[in-house]
Design a protein around this ligand. Sequence first.
Ligand code: SAM
Length: 263
Amino acid sequence: MRLQDLLSSGLPGSKPEPKSLRRLFLDVSIVTASFPKPAWRLYVRSVTDIADIGATWEMELGATLGRWRDRILDYPPIFDFIRELLDPSRNNIHQIQRDLKFDETRILDIGCGTGRLLVLARDTSVSWVGIDVNRSFVSSLNSILPENASLALMSADAMGFRDMSFDVAIMLDLTHHLSDRQVVTTLQHAKRLAHKRILVVDPIYVAGNPFRKLLCKMDRGSHIRTASELTELVGSAGSIVEQPSIFKSGLHMKCRVSIRFKP
Ligand SMILES: C[S@@+](CC[C@H](N)C(=O)[O-])C[C@H]1O[C@@H](n2cnc3c(N)ncnc32)[C@H](O)[C@@H]1O
């Protein structure tokens, strides 16, 4: 197949970089005019150009696949199904429950998703408030809320509740969706809102296991950290890290950090 054919039969929606193409054809004209001296240069440039174009296609293919993954995962039943497969809820709920004290009855669930922590409010006197930025999750959850639970479409780093409205703020599988700066801002909000404690549970990156590495790469959150990076980041927000611990949940390794703020 000729190079030109390869370039024009691009992936749907992808465009080869026009500058590289123009440069390539210019090279071809130069080389035909003064063959054979600059032939090696043509060779080197062509290889670079092909690599450039390949990289552009790879990026565009990655972006297209990412968009499809997001569309599919925004559908709550599919999200729940895949999440249960990779990271069963019972492990996470157990980790959260073992840390909750009996007097912590006002819970803020930051990045509540499809509401797997709603179980904490079912048939209890706990009051549960969930916030999330995903419109599709929030509207599907709205229809199944018990009386002692409520929900808001809101970003973690811009939560508009009154100070001390909660006893405990929980961030389950949220921080890998947030940049370092967003995590710090979210923790500062959480500190203002939840006067007793904050619980952070998140998947962590563990070197050496190629399958887990792939899983981290495919995740929608692009900030999966190591356990020490996560603990350090949480600590840098002016908090006292009480109990960092690592546990296995399905195919993920996770870090659980319980924190309280310095007075
Ligand atoms: C992996 S899901 C976890 C959901 C839920 N906590 C659970 O454990 O099933 C991450 C959630 O964080 C939400 N999220 C991402 N960025 C956010 C932000 N800036 N503010 C609030 N929620 C956010 C996503 O919409 C998604 O629902």
